[in-house]
Design a protein around this ligand. Sequence first.
Ligand code: SF4
Length: 247
Amino acid sequence: MSNGRILVSPEDSLSLRVISLFLSIDGEVTARGQGCPAFFIRLAGCNLRCWQDLGGCDTTYSFGAGEEMRVSTLLERVTASGCPRVTLTGGEPLLQQGPALTALLRGLAQRHISVSVETNGSQPPDFPGRELVNCLVYDYKCPSSGCESAMLPFEHMYAGLAPSDYIKFVIADESDYRCARAKALQARELARQRPGPRLAFSSFLPALPAGLTPPRLVARLLEDGLFEVQFNLQIHKFIWPDAETDI
Ligand code: SF4
């Protein structure tokens, strides 16, 4: 209470649209390492519709409206989990950037929770609260996704990221590989002026019969001397191959 008015904290007054909250492991690259336990906050909504020709993306359930949840409730749920890491994902989590998302990131930082944000490559990296994110993982959509035209210019993406961040590429076929390799070579040039994010390539799974399966993709990386690129296996797809929902 102040001057007769009840003060409501941003954490109590602001909310985000949430699809699901769950404890799992990071299935893909992050600065803290693949496979680390993390509390996932999956926000609602996505501006893209990837891989329509290949059966659609594996998180179409995130396209819904979700449930409005107060930031204070989200912070309580994270704290109750006991896990010191949060992965904020979607859908596209940065569609909800603004005071509520900033309040969540600030609250997590105050609780010494490490935060990794997974974003689809269409949103600029200078969003409010960016400085509170420990690792920003951009998913650059290659041609087979049908969404490459929605990506930020690669140099813009690169310029907004730190060496603790990632740009990852999910590669289904040869055209995807050529796209990702061109970006890796561009990053090599940009790195001469400023160290930038790490790059990671993974195979689209389940791999297409004539596509770049994990062994073929690793072979191409080595043949082409892309030694700055990390191979990324989506381990959650091996642990839970039949999962249709969050685990
Ligand atoms: S950006 Fe992610 S959630 Fe959105 S359609 Fe593409 S794969 Fe699915």
